[in-house]
Design a binder for this molecule. Structure first.
Ligand code: 6R9
Length: 718
């Protein structure tokens, strides 16, 4: 049973909490026994006799459900007075108002209080077999030192700190240190280029950046600090850059940089004697630990106190910004807030994966994506889990890496992306069978649709046919998993390649092209959510109107996901893909407009159109049509190389086009709109499906495009 360990009398057992709990929960003896073991706080909810009834109530009486869960699973310094205050038609979303809490206290202190020696993080470093473990006590200490360091350097509540780091303990501590002192974090995926980083820093108005000297991934060194230096040239508002050392190689430091040089191995091995004496503060933590232990801290951090008073945050204060691609050239800084986000990440982590106390949870996502935020950091840590930080790649040093790690770290839940599964499948079963995977209990998939072949292989080979595979559908915008096969009855069927069942409190609907709700089954439509839930994003940083226009205006009163879905005869959901101009390369979202913006910057280019096409490993690949300016005389191969270089440099390598087709013109409507639908059909070689071409300005343009496509393919084959 999950216990809110570490919740001192100030939180859970306060008379206020007891009073309000009684008013929210209608205690019913009948339902208690069945549900109590599954979700203790739900046992008293009226009419809840089993899991199906609980799921129903979570939608029909969502306030009672979320109130009970929030009270039971989070530690509050002041209880909330209003469960939710939402109006989807205006894009207004507020949960747990009046409540005060600190996310880092919920992720660390309460576990340290009861189990300081429990391992919080296992850092699976790029170098195989060199993993490092950090207990909750150590992670709290790192977080507090870093929180104090940031405070000493002027970072205040409400500021935004950009984190440009690989997946490593100091990156997690940086996120939590921000949460501790009430600053928002803005993690930028370390694969993004200097320009992409700079754009995100500027939009977030960050004046502080945390980075490392170099990253190491797949045996290759990446120059992260140098990338930050380049980004700084167009970020005049950045006042300070904290630099940690992932490798031994020194980097050039400027007046703006603050070295956080890691204590190297031999120094780290010196046993540091540390005395922690915390006094009972706002959060009721009373701790006195005297310990001898090995600890990796940085020089600057060593100067700091190990106690850092947590900021008392309102439920709706900003926890983080995370940029994601939309259908325009400008990425959106989605905003997530404190209580609702944390609660939703924790609850989905616990129930979708059937996480139990003591399990080792292995989500291999990078912390630069929402999956890393919710299922590497916040969900697992809120639940007191041991979470794996995976720094490497699925095939480094060989295609057995994941399964070797599963054996070595005794991973119980493994959560990865279909693109990696498809890649590993091609290398053959022997890489999997070499390793003991008997600890595995649940396998998860995220980021894009998982095709049946990959699903079957994951289930049959990786999971030996005994682990449920959960295909989890969700988005940066949703904060956590919204549709997944579990939780459901333990023996409920799981259909390959389907996310299937909405999570507690999630009410999906499908819309037809007229904007009407489709009520029947065996039907497809635009996937929307009819009700708010605590994990959903609150706004787009500095642009609430874009938030409304993108998510709430297309279907007034509903949250529009941007995805299409099919609802089967049985009522299960299957995601069919994006309905907007966003493509998904290896599980990474990228707006076609973002790539076009870069391509169009090339002086030789008049215009371009980028579309996605089906790729056997990456899910989707990038295909660019490029029209050159008149009179330009260049070798196409040279220009292709140049354009690929520009996209890698300005966005990231994964966005670089797989194919560039030069064309004299693009098929357009009479009003001048590029007919992307036609281009998509051409690159999929679906000429039958070209559909109605009567609105085309000049139908001959399509023939030219088709011929050009065939030429490119045959050139590629030879
Ligand atoms: C968590 C994450 C979100 C988009 C989403 C959809 C696609 C994610 C999926 C899936 C089919 C799944 N997507 N999970 N499609 N089945 N299980 O990936 O967030 O990076 O914001 O991407 O990814 O198209 O709209 P994010």
């Amino acid at each position: 049973m999950w216990l809110p360990c570490g919740c001192t009398s100030k939180y859970v057992a306060s008379s206020f909490a007891r009073r309000t709990l009684a008013s929210y929960l209608h205690v019913s003896g009948r339902s208690r026994c069945n549900v109590a073991a599954f979700m203790p706080e739900a046992a008293g909810l009226e009419g809840v006799s089993g899991r199906a009834a609980l799921r129903e109530l979570s939608v029909s009486n969502s306030e009672s459900f979320w109130a009970a869960v929030a009270r039971h699973r989070l530690c509050w310094s002041t209880p909330f007075h209003t469960v939710q205050d939402c109006d989807l038609s205006r894009g207004k979303i507020k949960w747990f108002e009046g409540g005060k809490l600190n996310v880092s206290v919920n992720c660390l202190d309460r576990h340290v209080h009861t189990c300081p020696e429990r391992v919080a993080l296992i850092w699976e470093r790029d170098e195989r077999g060199s993993e490092m473990k950090y207990t909750y006590g150590e992670l709290l200490e790192m977080t507090c030192r870093l929180g104090n360091l940031l405070r000493r350097h002027g970072v205040k509540r409400g500021d935004c700190v950009t984190i440009y780091m690989p997946t490593c303990p100091l990156a997690v501590a940086s996120m939590l240190a921000c949460a501790r002192i009430g600053a928002a974090h803005n993690v930028v995926f370390a694969g993004f280029s200097a320009d992409a980083l700079a754009e995100r820093i500027r939009d977030a108005q960050s004046s502080t950046v945390i980075t490392v000297n170099q990253g190491v991934r797949g045996g290759k060194v990446t120059e992260l600090k140098k990338t930050v230096d380049t980004a700084m040239q167009s970020c005049p508002t950045v006042k300070q850059v904290f630099v940690a050392m992932r490798t031994d190689n020194p980097v050039t430091m400027t007046a703006r940089d603050i070295a956080m040089e890691e204590v190297r191995e031999q120094k780290a091995n010196q046993i540091l004697e540390i005395q922690i004496q915390a006094v009972e503060g706002e959060f009721g933590i009373f701790e006195q630990i005297t310990k001898r232990r090995k600890i990796t801290v940085t020089h600057e951090m060593l100067k700091e106190d190990v106690v850092c008073e947590p900021a008392v945050m309102n439920s709706e204060d900003v926890l983080f910004l995370l940029y994601t691609s939309g259908s325009t050239g400008k990425p959106k800084g989605l905003v997530h807030t404190q209580a609702g986000y944390l609660l939703y990440a924790a609850l989905t982590h616990r129930y979708v994966f059937s996480y139990h106390d003591g399990d080792v949870f292995g989500c291999v996502a990078d912390i630069g994506w929402i999956t890393g935020h919710s299922y590497v950091v916040y969900g697992p840590l809120a639940n007191g889990a041991t979470t794996v930080l995976f720094e490497s790649t699925p095939i480094y040093p060989d295609p057995g890496r994941y399964w070797d790690m599963v054996e070595r770290l005794k991973i119980n839940q493994f959560y990865g992306a279909p693109t990696a599964i498809r890649l590993l499948l091609k290398y053959g079963d022997q890489w999997v069978n070499k390793y003991d995977r008997s600890t595995l209990k649940t396998l998860g998939s995220v980021g894009e649709p998982i095709n049946t072949e990959a699903w079957e292989w994951y289930h049959r080979v990786v999971g030996d046919g005994r682990c449920p595979v959960v295909d989890t559908w969700w988005q940066t915008e949703t904060g956590g998993i919204c549709i997944a096969p579990r939780p459901s009855d333990p023996d409920a069927e799981i259909v390959p390649g389907m996310a299937m069942r909405p999570f507690f409190g999630i009410n999906p609907v499908l819309m037809d092209t007229e904007g009407e709700v489709l009520t029947s089954n065996n039907t497809s439509g635009a996937l929307c959510m009819a009700q708010p839930w605590p994990g959903m994003a609150r706004t787009i940083h500095n642009n609430h109107q874009r938030f409304i226009d993108t998510y709430f205006q297309p279907y007034p009163g509903y949250f529009f996901t941007g995805d299409g879905a099919y609802r089967s005869e049985e009522g299960y959901y299957q995601i069919t893909g994006r309905l907007d101009d966003v493509i998904n390369v290896s599980g990474h979202r990228i707006g076609t407009a973002e790539i076009e913006d870069v391509v169009n910057q090339c002086p030789a280019v008049a215009e371009s159109a980028v579309v996605g096409y089906t790729h056997s490993i990456k899910g989707q690949g990038v295909y660019a049509f490029v029209v050159l300016k008149k009179g330009i005389d260049v070798q196409e191969a040279d220009l292709s190389r140049q354009l690929n270089g520009m996209v890698s440099e300005k966005i990231a390598k994964y966005a670089s086009p797989d194919f560039i087709q030069f064309a004299k013109r693009l098929p357009k409507t009479r009003s001048g709109k590029i007919m992307r639908r036609v281009l998509r059909k051409v690159v999929e070689s679906d000429l039958e499906g070209l559909g109605d071409l009567s609105t085309l300005d000049d139908p001959a343009a399509v023939q030219e495009i088709i011929q050009g496509h065939e030429k490119l393919l045959s050139k590629n084959r030879s």
